[in-house]
Design a protein around this ligand. Sequence first.
Ligand SMILES: [Zn+2]
Length: 259
Amino acid sequence: MEWIDTHTHLFSDLFKDDVNHVVINSHDKGVKKLLLPNIDESSVKAMEELVSHFPGICYPMMGLHPTSVGKEYRNQLRILYSLLKNRPDHYVAVGEIGTDLYWDKTFKSEMEIAFKEQIRWALEFDKPIVIHSRDTLDWNISIVGEFKKKEPGLRGVFHCFNGNIEQAKAIMDMDFYMGIGGVITFKNAGMDAVLSEIPLEKLVLETDSPYLAPVPYRGQRNSSEYIPLIASKLADFKNLALKEIARITTENARTLFRL
Ligand SMILES: [Zn+2]
């Protein structure tokens, strides 16, 4: 079985002592491709080092994460845009982008401006968008929906999806994917009812490492090695064989990110 982790921050400091080991271990467990969403200017170097070290395994994205949108966001956007423009083929997506009102609402309007500007980058370079939502799923759906009306080719994934059935339907109407991670293994996450309504053809798998480790590693450092654990929970919910989950979610990731 072959898997793709569509969202993993293996360039994080938490992996600095053993990232090579983690990539090789993940690969041994069938997690053959690892997609790396950028955070801001400060994460680019570590991300690119990992990509040069593991060509054909680690693939970078380019974008400004909403929690890194602050006073200097214009400057950040300028720098990250020029990296993308210099090598558009190098990046598999514009990500991660979106909005987040969980920790801080100070830069709410700047987040919206940055999100929209980066959606335009995706359209310019024909890339999928990888969307972060925290307490902002409806808002993000409406922003993407506005673009989608004018630009039907816009594509992407609502990463770390934990919405309700109505939100899932709105996302499917836009022909976007939903990223499913360790949260589905948490008791009381209540995702089984929602997931039963979403066809496997609309789902991709992700860990969001180092965050949100699945059970039985909940609370510990997450790792791309745990993709099969997330998949086996999904197999339970869907009452499907694990190898069906692998086949379809991997195919979805290949299609969306053109791998
Ligand atoms: Zn992320």
